[in-house]
Design a protein around this ligand. Structure first.
Ligand code: HEC
Ligand code: HEC
Length: 414
């Protein structure tokens, strides 16, 4: 046998083994690197094609109102190729600086009035030593207050300068209602800051908690009922999805969203971009924008649910779990004192010491058992209780998070 081997000595074979191993690793590494590049280029091409399809749809269906380049048209439709829509706030840095300085000022002024009160307290006059401490502290505070006031003044001037370069944009509706608060004398500086905090970006302005992709897709699906009243030169934003009686399939809506999101310039938007927009988004008609679509239900695929929790880092909260268990889903109605369903008290202990020792639950974790009990109550019926009593549709009524919260709560029931 030995003679048939190509490399005879042990050392030689080890060396050959190492060489082959290193060679393999280089090959694997090379494939991995190229696979990554290949995947990226695939994703790029895929998104690229989707953007192209979106561009065609936009030209034929949307540009008559939103403009060929997406800049919008006066009183007809808002600009979508629009820094404000993409969350770029031209005076955002100034607003943050002023808000932060204002907060510090509130604190310093409070400290200052406490010190002054102590200094002039007739019933309990401070010692001479304390008097000196107080004087020093007041001097330091006054300096800090002056610093913060300087920060605010500088930021207010900067903001005015920036807004002056954006005059045309402001006329076209950037910062709508700005003229109603522009008079700082009568409205007070605080309200001005509240205004800029609430209007700096389109999503803040309409109070949308989700991301821009969700905002665009939701708008396309449902349209904006009542928006024709707000934009009198057009017929308003229709519902485009087939699910809402419109002409577009979901994949076409995604293509359009990809095309629109493709306009994003990140941090590189300029004053020219602001000025190019012909019409900025206006405050919405009441109830025209649905809140974000509800998250999908947990379902009843037990292992799938557990895997998703891990992948998306869902962690249950026992506190909200208890609320859901007691009030929202009425679990307690049955699960009290053990008469019609196992008592809530002792659930975790019972599962650990009794259920999980049964042969059919070999290898189960306690979470798996609870999730299965809630989403597929028919799979195993606890001895002594009737089957079919526990409702079997909780999986479609709860989100992943709610289910995780309830599990967290039951785990506290020792
Ligand atoms: C008849 C004119 C008209 C057409 C055609 C139209 N829109 Fe609109 N669109 C509007 C109006 C008006 C609004 C503002 C709605 C509001 O303020 O609630 C709007 C709002 C939007 C918004 C939300 C912008 C924001 O700032 O809130 C998006 C995104 C949008 N349209 C995309 C599209 C796409 C994509 C198409 C083509 C499939 C399209 N629209 C076709 C009139 C139109
Ligand atoms: C209409 C009555 C009823 C309601 C409401 C109900 N259950 Fe149950 N549940 C039962 C019964 C009966 C059993 C025992 C029979 C079985 O295993 O299906 C049970 C079993 C369980 C078990 C297994 C307990 C064990 O010791 O093995 C869990 C966990 C559970 N339920 C959780 C819940 C949760 C969470 C809710 C609310 C979201 C809920 N149940 C609502 C009747 C109910």
């Amino acid at each position: 046998m030995g003679r048939l081997l190509f490399i005879r000595s042990i050392e030689g074979r080890i060396l050959a083994g190492i060489t082959m191993f290193v060679g393999m690793m280089i090959l694997v590494g090379w494939v991995a690197i190229n696979e990554e590049a290949r995947m990226q280029s695939f994703v790029r091409q895929h998104t690229g094609r989707s953007v192209e399809r979106g561009a065609e749809l936009f030209a034929s269906l949307c540009s008559e109102c939103h403009g060929e380049e997406g800049y919008g048209q006066g009183d007809r439709a808002p600009g979508l190729n629009n820094p404000h829509l993409f969350g770029y706030d031209p005076v955002g840095l100034q607003t943050v600086a002023i808000t932060t300085a204002n907060r510090a000022l509130v604190r310093f002024n409070q400290d200052l009035s406490n010190l002054l009160a102590e200094q002039t307290d007739a019933e309990n006059p401070p010692s001479e030593e304390r008097q000196n401490e107080i004087l020093a502290a007041i001097a330091a505070l006054e300096e800090q207050i002056a610093e913060q006031q300087a920060v605010i003044e500088a930021a207010v001037v900067e903001r005015a300068d920036i807004l002056a370069t954006l005059d045309t944009a402001v006329e076209n509706g950037l910062f709508p209602l700005w003229d109603t608060v522009v008079d700082i004398e009568t409205t007070g500086a605080n309200e001005v800051e509240v205004f800029f905090n609430a209007n700096g970006t389109r999503l803040a302005q309409v109070g949308w908690a989700g991301d821009l992709h969700g905002y665009v897709v939701t708008t396309l699906i449902h349209g904006r009922p009542g928006s024709a009243n707000v934009y009198p030169n057009g017929t308003g934003m229709a519902a485009w999805s087939q699910t809402a009686g419109g002409p577009l399939r979901q994949d076409q809506i995604e293509d359009l969203a990809n095309y629109i999101l493709n306009w994003d310039k990140g941090g590189a938007w300029t004053a020219e971009d602001f000025i190019a927009v012909q019409q900025y988004g206006k405050p919405l008609a009441d109830g025209s924008l649905p809140s974000e679509p509800p998250p999908p239900p947990a379902g009843d695929d037990v292992l799938g649910i557990l895997a998703r929790w891990q992948a998306t880092e869902i962690v249950g909260s026992a506190v909200s779990g208890e609320l859901l268990y007691d009030a929202e889903y009425g679990c307690t109605d049955c699960h009290r004192n053990g008469a019609s369903a196992p008592d809530t008290v002792g659930t975790a202990t019972r599962i650990r010491n009794e259920r999980l020792t049964l042969p059919q639950f070999a290898g189960y974790t306690i979470e798996q058992y609870i999730v299965e009990s809630i989403t597929r109550p028919g799979d195993y019926v606890v001895d002594g209780y009737s089957s079919g009593l526990m409702p079997s549709n909780f999986g479609v009524r709860m989100t992943d998070q709610q289910l995780a919260d309830i599990v967290a709560y039951l785990l506290t029931q020792e």
